[in-house]
Design a protein around this ligand. Structure first.
Ligand SMILES: [Zn+2]
Length: 138
């Protein structure tokens, strides 16, 4: 007599992690942190689409290729340098460098048009942090 193995049986303790089905409570959103120092830069909820997409890939005049994600706000970033419209990746937008407000690591660029502004942050410069309320301490 053979007994079928119950592959669905619980293995040890149950994990107890309940995943919200698509519904993220307002204010609870994964934080995105500076990869260098862990400073809270922005939140997943601040992702926006620009020119039809969140992610864009561009090359600068020196041939370096950057993959950036667009964010409507990044309170942890500081803008540095002089704003310029030269070589702008987004027509009509002037840009300047955006760095970590804590350690100064280059994270991307801020883009500004007369009626709109956003940040393009380099993929790989941000790491997922804990879920937390937006605008809280951090
Ligand atoms: Zn940093």
């Amino acid at each position: 007599m053979l007994r079928a193995l119950d592959v669905r049986g619980p293995q040890g303790s149950s994990e107890g992690s309940r995943q919200a089905m698509g519904a993220v409570a307002k204010g609870d959103t994964p934080r995105l942190l500076c990869v260098v120092c862990g400073h809270w830069i922005t939140s997943a909820a601040d992702r926006i689409e620009v020119a039809g997409a969140h992610e864009h890939t561009f090359a600068n005049p020196h041939g370096f290729v950057f993959r950036i994600g667009c964010f409507g706000a990044a309170p942890g970033c500081s803008a540095v340098g002089v704003q310029t419209a030269q070589f702008s990746w987004f027509a009509g937008y002037a840009w300047r460098a955006a760095v970590c407000g804590k350690c100064g690591a280059h994270l991307g660029w801020g883009f500004a048009a007369p009626d709109h502004a956003f940040l393009g942050l380099i993929a790989g410069k941000l790491v997922d942090g804990p879920v937390g309320a937006r605008g809280g301490k951090g």
